[in-house]
Write a protein of this length. Structure first.
Length: 135
């Protein structure tokens, strides 16, 4: 089914170049995913970066909600305007745990790292907490 989420995340980038300096990250991310089968859910999210400066990012990816468990894995490409124009920044890889409060509403905690896709981008380390609705 359909999954809508909103989260706050923060962290940093290790080994950033001058275009991505300072390395701190604080962002608000909103995402939509649709579980198609066996817990696999293509997703797209948009992030509003508030630190180190105002930026926008779009993150197409995929999530796998591990059956019969509260855990999930995520992989997403990140294209951001952090350098002044939209450019690929990272391949994000991560995972987390979801706690369902009702059949529809719940909370998630997630950690991400990954690989830089452009010169000057550092290795991301991001932790986020979110609320979600599942229909």
């Amino acid at each position: 089914g359909l999954i809508v989420s909103a989260d706050l995340g923060g962290g940093g980038q290790l080994g950033t170049g001058s275009a991505y300096d300072p390395p701190g990250i604080f962002e608000l991310e909103v995402g939509v995913a649709y579980e198609v089968f066996f817990g696999i859910a293509p997703q797209v999210s948009m992030a509003l970066g508030m630190a180190p400066g105002a930026s926008f990012a779009i993150r197409p990816g995929i999530e796998w909600f591990i059956p019969e468990s509260p855990f999930y894995l995520r992989a997403a490409f990140d294209a951001s305007t952090q350098v002044g124009y939209l450019a690929w920044r990272w391949l994000l890889l991560g995972g987390g745990a979801a706690i369902r409060i009702t059949d529809v509403l719940g909370f998630m905690v997630e950690g991400n790292s990954g690989f830089p896709l452009s010169s000057g981008a550092g290795v991301p380390l991001i932790v986020r907490a979110s609320a979600f609705a599942r229909f």
